[in-house]
Design a protein around this ligand. Sequence first.
Ligand code: KIV
Length: 282
Amino acid sequence: MPVTLPQLHDKFERGEPLVMVTAYDFPGARAAQAAGVDMVLVGDSGAEMVLGYPSTVAVSTEEMLMLTAAVRRGLQEPLLIADLPFGSYEASDDQAVMTAARFVREAGAQAVKLERGNATSVARAVAIVQAGIPVMGHVGLTPQSATALGGNRAQGRSAEAATRICREALALQDAGCFAIVLEAIPAAVTEELVSLLRVPTIGIGAGPAAAGQVLVFHDLLGLRDGTGARFVRRYANLGAEAVAALSNYAEDVRARRYPAAEHCYTIEPGELAEFRAALGNP
Ligand code: KIV
């Protein structure tokens, strides 16, 4: 049965940790589905992870719709949330509602996520929620505004910055967000936040007090170059395995070890003789 928002909230109330992971395609969705996660986010991190852009701001709504629809086809139970890309919701409430509705209608998302808790994002969250589409908020490090934040670095490390993040999270909760992502903030700040919020928090680099955790698919599976941010735990090294497998394949082809007999189709000897005769080559 598909995961519903009330079910997620019940889990949260019971103190059960919520599990979210990003996915950007059909096989990724199938893996998340088989692993039994609660929520799958088609993050705009897909811009970097699967489309090769230098940052998340480059990805278009059309590209995010295509990624989300592919994930939809591989997912049955987990709640499917789509990130609203940079530039697709900031201009007006109408723009935000229209973009969010496209993710629901055209790509099968059940909820959308938007970044920041400033007045603009809060207003857009209100508009989208009023249009009947569940919204997840996102505060702390918000990569769409990384330039303004001084790069992809931890946020909320001064009393003033932590207070601002707290105000933003409360405003997003009041706007009707069903959950709020906390990215790259001190664990102690998260502890204070969770005691103030009634909605679940989903942490990424926000310590253990968050109600749930999210990791980027390519980070946790080791499909990305480098070690990643300090909060990443790698559960596999699939990138290295892929290179080893492709190298073995290349060696086998060059040494004529692949394909072997078991990879070949056969033809009846009589049919083969007739074929050769037809070619004048008995
Ligand atoms: O785009 C993304 O992957 C995200 C997560 C890090 C929460 O926003």
